[in-house]
Design a binder for this molecule. Structure first.
Ligand code: HDE
Length: 698
């Protein structure tokens, strides 16, 4: 049975299950039934409105207070409900109850977000994505408040306001919205060597995900897992998407921001509505405390990751999102994450970034959610009972009974009472501390470039090209030449070729010193590349089929059937809505037009033969194909559509030869063969290597 969410009992409809049948009456918040919801109470038909109109005043007052402050960062986001299940007991590592029993489903609520933009900003901007998971366990709420990038810009929480001020729109003009491509951001970054590793990730395709369903998640900081006998080990948390890690093209991301600002939000919502439940595996990297010093970097430094070829990721459980929220505000907006929401068996480390977060998240909710009782908002409520002597405060919901609100007491038999660690009480790892009080950065946090270089050398050639293009774009938007020059110098410390290529794009000359060499040459870490990840299926992919009158419906049906069998969704796209007559005389219903669902909304495009003359005379159709080609998407043609590709300069793959993602029906090839090759191409996600994409006029 799927566990119900903790806030189900707060839904309005539960109070009156069959509202229509019972003739649900419109009423004020006090329950008085309203006779007229069209007119305010006036002195005469054309006279002034009366102050005594409590119906009007209540309605307008509530409306006036409908907005709350948006999150200071991560304001733009969307969320879903789901469940988490562990594969096998992790009792050897942790006593956390929800990680013991493979039969146990723990309800979760997961919110994805961008960092920089306001609540109404576009989804597909270049940015880090938040990946925040609230586990409603039987032992309390556990929040894993992570990102889709495993490291962070800064090492110490005291720099966070500076970072965010530099990133957010500039304070005089309030521009640019949801973008890092501006002076203040790069001014700050170029002066903060510790941000170099993170900035390589931010300029990579990780920062323009195809979907939230296709990105990794990371806890970022090092945490601890503690088992029942008190043995503590360091842990890094990972979320591995079952569908793989995939990105948009930058040109596509920018166009999508205009065509569909809700692209990621819609993608998540529609996938869940369609039963394509997004899934991730929880991964753990475990390091014995005694081994930590041998890693070559400090585990408390959030600008470092543990390469997977050094410590493999053990996949221990599955997260499935299976239900959309009922109400965006009540759930997604009011959910309050906090890295300090822990359960016994999981503990912090002294990472100075994490330590600062432990203060920030409770503090920020006091303003955003208007007081100390936000844990009583249904989406934030745990599912296990809780008892304490906290009382009162703004918007208190619970009605505490009795006269005892203190401890120790005898008048309530000592309740609520403390619980010993052996009986499940939370107990911190007794980490030995013996040090003077200092305001200083540890020397072990002093190296900033080696892992940036590791990331760079672990990327495929095409991923490196994209990183160079991203740096060139972002720094190209910087108006102060000294900032551009300083940033190129920072890149010289990572890799000479990287710096050289970015400098060229900016009309600068890279020179200076070559990067310092490490004692042992760095070995690439293949898991840092996105290419080739995932289950190799086409599940949930969207395919546009371009149609017009006369389209070969035998080809259309055969390919569509094969795509749908593979789990993809195929939609018919044409110049207008309504119906078309296919070659067989059958009537086809169109789903969308070239304008309402442009090529950027799809993963692949198919053109059956039959209607080619109409399509080749349509600028919109030709643009559609060229744009999909430019963005590296799989495209396929059967019958006369093969000639259309030829005519507009899209080069087909050799029949059975090297695969460039352009699948054309070769002489004698069956529709089944075309469909098979098309499916294999879609499963590869994108053909980034198409060398002629810069020649495409789209
Ligand atoms: Fe956050 N961060 N953060 N952050 N963060 C917030 O909390 C903060 C950091 C992350 O979907 C705020 O409720 C500080 C790292 C996510 O509701 C705020 C520092 C990571 C979300 C805050 C960091 C994150 C937030 C804003 C440096 C990845 C969205 C509203 C010490 C591990 C959660 C709010 C959601 C949100 C503070 C750094 C992830 C202001 C001070 C590192 C996913 O409290």
């Amino acid at each position: 049975m799927t566990p119900s969410s903790p806030h189900d009992n707060a839904k309005l409809q539960d109070l009156a299950p069959d509202r229509k049948a019972q003739g649900e009456a419109l009423s004020t918040n006090q329950g008085a039934r309203i006779a007229d919801n069209q007119n305010s109470l006036r002195a005469g038909t054309r006279g002034p409105t009366l102050l005594e109109d409590f119906v009007l005043r209540e309605k307008i007052t509530h409306f006036d207070h409908e907005r709350i402050p948006e999150r200071v960062v991560h304001a733009r986001g969307e969320a879903a409900h789901g469940v988490f299940q562990v594969y096998e007991s992790l009792a050897d590592l942790t006593c956390a109850g929800f990680l013991q029993d493979p039969a146990k489903q723990t309800p979760v609520f997961v919110r994805f977000s961008t960092v920089a933009g306001s609540r109404g900003s576009a989804d597909t901007v270049r940015d880090v994505r938040g990946f925040a998971v609230k586990f409603y366990t039987d032992e309390g709420v556990f929040d894993l408040v992570g990102n889709n990038i495993p490291v962070f810009f800064i090492q110490d929480a005291i720099k966070f306001p500076d970072l965010v001020h530099a990133l957010k729109p500039e304070p005089d003009s309030e521009m640019p919205q949801a973008a890092s491509a501006h002076d203040t951001f790069w001014d700050f970054i170029s002066l903060m060597p510790e941000s170099t590793h993170m900035i390589l990730w931010l300029m990579s395709d990780r920062a323009i995900p195809r979907s939230h369903r296709m990105m990794e998640g990371f806890g970022v900081h090092t945490f601890r897992l503690v088992n029942a006998s008190g043995h503590a080990r360091f842990v890094k948390f990972h979320w591995k998407p079952v569908l793989g890690i995939h990105a948009l093209a930058w040109d596509e991301a920018q166009k999508l921001a205009g065509h569909d600002a809700d692209f990621h939000r819609r993608d998540l919502w529609e996938a869940i509505q369609a039963g394509d439940y997004p899934e991730w595996e929880l991964g753990l990297q475990i390091v014995e405390e005694a081994d930590a010093d041998r890693l070559g970097f400090d585990l408390l430094d959030a600008t470092k990751l543990i390469p997977e070829n050094l410590v493999p990721v053990r996949r221990v459980g599955r997260l499935t999102l299976n239900r959309n929220p009922d109400n965006f505000f009540a759930e997604t907006e009011q959910v309050a994450f906090h890295p300090g929401n822990l359960v016994p068996g999981i503990d912090f480390t002294a990472d100075p970034l994490l330590q600062g977060r432990l203060f920030s998240y409770l503090d920020t909710q006091l303003l955003r959610l208007g007081g100390p009782n936000f844990h009583e908002i249904p989406i934030n409520r745990g599912i296990c009972p809780f008892h304490n002597n906290q009382r009162d405060g703004f918007k208190r919901h619970a009605i505490a009974t009795g006269r005892v609100a203190y401890e120790p007491n005898s008048l309530a038999d000592g309740a609520p009472h403390e619980v010993a660690p052996e009986a499940g009480g939370f107990h911190s790892v007794p980490e030995p501390l013996n040090s003077p009080k200092l305001r200083i950065r540890s020397a072990s946090f002093g190296e900033h470039f080696e892992q940036a270089r590791l990331f760079w050398i672990s990327q495929s050639g095409i991923e490196q090209d994209h990183i160079v293009e991203a740096f060139t774009f972002e720094l190209g938007k910087v108006t102060v030449p000294a900032v551009r020059e300083r940033m190129v110098k920072v890149l010289e410390t990572v890799d000479a070729a990287l710096a050289q290529r970015v400098a060229e794009g900016l009309g600068l000359v890279a020179g200076g010193k070559p990067p310092a060499q490490t004692a042992t040459p760095l070995q690439p870490s293949p898991e840092l590349s996105m290419i080739g990840s995932g289950d190799g299926s086409i599940r949930t992919r969207k395919v546009a089929i371009l149609v017009a009158d006369g389209v070969d419906d035998a080809a259309l049906d055969a390919v569509r059937r094969a795509l749908e069998t593979g789990g993809a969704h195929a939609l018919l796209i044409a110049a207008r809505l309504g119906t078309f007559t296919a070659a067989s005389g059958a009537t086809l219903q169109v789903d969308h037009t070239f304008a309402t669902m442009p090529s950027v909304a799809f993963d692949a495009v198919f053109v059956p033969g039959g209607a080619v003359e109409t399509l080749s005379n349509s600028g919109e159709a030709v643009y559609y194909l060229l744009e999909a080609y430019k963005h590296g998407k799989a495209i396929a043609a059967t019958g006369e559509a093969v000639d259309l590709f030829d005519e507009i300069g899209i080069l087909p793959d050799d029949c059975g030869g090297s695969l460039n993602g352009v699948v054309c029906q070769c002489d004698g090839a069956t529709l089944e063969t075309v469909a098979e090759r098309f499916i294999a191409a879609i499963a590869r996600h994108r053909f980034w290597q198409r060398g002629d994409k810069h020649l495409i006029p789209a």
